[in-house]
Design a protein around this ligand. Sequence first.
Ligand SMILES: C[S@@+](CC[C@H](N)C(=O)[O-])C[C@H]1O[C@@H](n2cnc3c(N)ncnc32)[C@H](O)[C@@H]1O
Length: 274
Amino acid sequence: METFPIFRTLRYVPEESKDKVIPDEDVLGTLLKVFQALFLNDLNKQSDILTILPEPVKSKYQDLLALQHQRVNLLENRHQQQCVFKPEEILYKTLGFSVARATSSLISAGRGVFITKGLVPKGAVVSMYPGTIYQKYEPIFFQSIGNPFIFRCLDGVLIDGNDKGISKVVYRSCSGRDRVGPLKMSDSTWLTSEIHNPLAVGQYVNNCSNDRAANVCYQEFEVPAVFPVELKQYLPNIAYSYAKQSPLRCVVLVALRDIKQGEELFSNYYTIVS
Ligand SMILES: C[S@@+](CC[C@H](N)C(=O)[O-])C[C@H]1O[C@@H](n2cnc3c(N)ncnc32)[C@H](O)[C@@H]1O
């Protein structure tokens, strides 16, 4: 009888990446830059979002929006030009590249992740690994059966990045639980075809092979307590258990070299892919 491993693909951050490829401040800086641009874009679509924000946050964005409109009017010489873009366009305008899922260049590997526009410089954060965060003592047995999207961090913390079945239900449930009034503390749109955070595709990156060297690597990151509350809605991770004290674990993928438009991303799973 065939024995089936619980974790079909259990990728992990290898010991050597304790020496992080880029400093945490750079990861944080990139996320803040992209999320703030996404938020301003959302405000342009729906300015009534401002009314639910605490006063200091509201005035910060009112000023930023006013500045943005001034700039657009100067450039375009038009009145009240609406500047609303798709999330992938915001990513391109902010970081100089966009990234998306498409059929992998590897035969029968399903989908993969590609640079669809622009150039990713070496050392840039190129995507995020979305999913529910489990401490190593938390139950994940049923979610893990036949699930190739489980990622293991150095300390045994697991991230379930599966966007289907029970994994999807669990993520949605945790995300609803952690809402603070109208404010979302995480992004659930990576479970749908309308992704709000275009970086949240890292779970679809395929494993490297002899003829496809890894061009990205995983790096762990803890979201600091000071992370702006209005930008948490773009974080594609949620803790399985509600833990007010512990910081939220994230995993980002960092470019190991310059990556050009049209190239597929490959990481090292450090496991045998079946
Ligand atoms: C986390 S998923 C990656 C996304 C997957 N390609 C998909 O479309 O769902 C991991 C699975 O992708 C496939 N895969 C990843 N790297 C591969 C490779 N180098 N060759 C063949 N299949 C691969 C395997 O089926 C593996 O279990």
